[in-house]
Ligand binder design. Structure first.
Ligand SMILES: *Cc1c(COP(=O)(O)O)cnc(C)c1O
Length: 369
């Protein structure tokens, strides 16, 4: 049985009519950039998410950059972020002119290790940028306390955590502002690049809006110089068509994760992902820790089961950050984790039979090896 890592086509075929007409409407109306579908998406996403302001952007990298830039972060400042993420989380810090400070991960939850933050705070530190990686919430109570104590901005990268929550608070609503990506493969995905900023601070949201649209809230009235980070009408319209289903898709991801937990829980060479207490994990990714990972991956590949590693090289060890001269001993938890993390296929349309096949194939591998 072929098991793809994700299946965007299955989702499209289920909602083909709605998505096709969403695209067609934009073309008919000529609302290609900004316009009524983008305005409507901002309103609907804000309503669904429970946040006052949504500022649409061209992608989920710009949105991080804009947040930091509008907080006044720049040369001479430092921003703390996590050592295992997609490069957007750190490259946007550098883009503002500030310096990146990487901290270790928590070996059980894979998110920023809150106990490693304190030693990275200097008098230049302006903000902590957390990433709710794989859909797992960071320890926000502890991190918020650190931010309050040291008067640091708290910024959330929610590119992998649409509708995740801790207690009654959704990802993205703990700090001044948060960033979302709607890259096609994310839990809520467009058919191209798209992203947004959310904030309950009206003034801050307006500032971000202005900057992202060439410094103008009204066409041709440029109060400042900004950047061009607009959402396409077609992307907004597709997102509007998909938005009503996101909670259902999230429940289905959780169901897939629970099947995996049941089938894999007793394999001694596997550690199933631990979910932080009192949270909703949106399972953008289902990441196990596996012994003999490389061989396991090729065994699964031969059976047409796709797996991936998020991420094969942690950020501090990318060539781009060679100048920081990090050594693996700077990140002891990352050191014990990075060679074992393995992302198994997960998507809302995944069937119990598929999950069982993946799990049985993993079990068979360890029986034989
Ligand atoms: C996908 C992703 C981004 C960037 O989103 P784009 O829309 O591709 O720019 C940022 N941070 C994390 C953690 C991501 O996974």
């Amino acid at each position: 049985m072929r098991v793809p890592f994700a299946d965007l086509k299955a989702q499209y075929l289920t909602h083909k009519n709605e998505i096709d007409s969403a695209i067609f409407n934009v073309i008919e109306d000529g609302s290609f950039i900004g316009g009524k579908y983008v305005d409507q998406f901002e309103q609907e996403f804000g309503k669904a998410y429970g946040v006052k302001n949504v500022v649409s952007c061209a992608n989920g990298t710009d949105s991080l950059y804009i947040i930091m830039k509008m907080l006044g972060i720049g040369p001479g400042d430092e921003v703390i972020t996590v050592s295992n993420s997609w490069i957007s989380s750190s490259e946007t810090i550098t883009q503002t002119g500030a310096k990146v400070r990487f901290v270790d991960i928590d070996p059980d939850y894979f998110t920023m290790d809150e106990t490693s933050i304190a030693s990275s705070i200097t008098k230049e530190t302006k903000a902590i940028l957390v990433v709710h990686l794989y859909g797992q919430m960071c320890n926000m109570n502890a991190i918020k306390e650190i931010c309050d104590k040291h008067k640091l901005y708290l910024i959330e990268d929610c590119a992998q955590s649409h509708f995740s929550s801790l207690g009654n608070t959704r990802a993205g609503l703990f700090g001044i502002a948060a960033s979302f990506s709607f890259y096609p493969g994310k839990n809520l995905g467009a058919y191209g690049d798209a992203g947004c900023i959310i904030s309950n601070d009206d003034d801050f949201a307006l500032k971000c809006r202005k900057y992202s649209k060439h410094g103008a809230l009204k066409k041709h009235f440029h109060e400042i110089e900004g950047i061009n980070s607009r959402m396409d009408g077609i992307q907004a319209s597709i997102l509007l068509a998909k938005l009503p289903y996101i909670l259902d898709w999230t429940s289905k991801r959780i169901q897939v994760a629970e099947w995996y937990n049941d089938y894999l829980g007793d394999i001694p060479q596997i550690i199933i992902p631990k979910k932080r207490e009192n949270t909703l994990h949106s399972y953008h990714l289902y990441v196990i820790k596996a012994e003999n990972r490389t061989q396991l991956m090729s065994h699964l590949k031969a059976l047409e089961i796709d797996t991936l590693i998020h991420y094969p090289t942690p950020l501090p060890f990318m060539e781009a950050y060679g100048y920081l001269k990090h050594q693996i001993k700077d990140f002891p938890n990352l050191a014990t984790t990075r060679d074992h993390i393995l992302s198994l296929p997960i998507f809302p349309e995944m069937t119990q039979d598929m999950v069982k096949f993946v799990a049985d194939s993993i079990r068979a591998f360890y029986h034989a090896n």
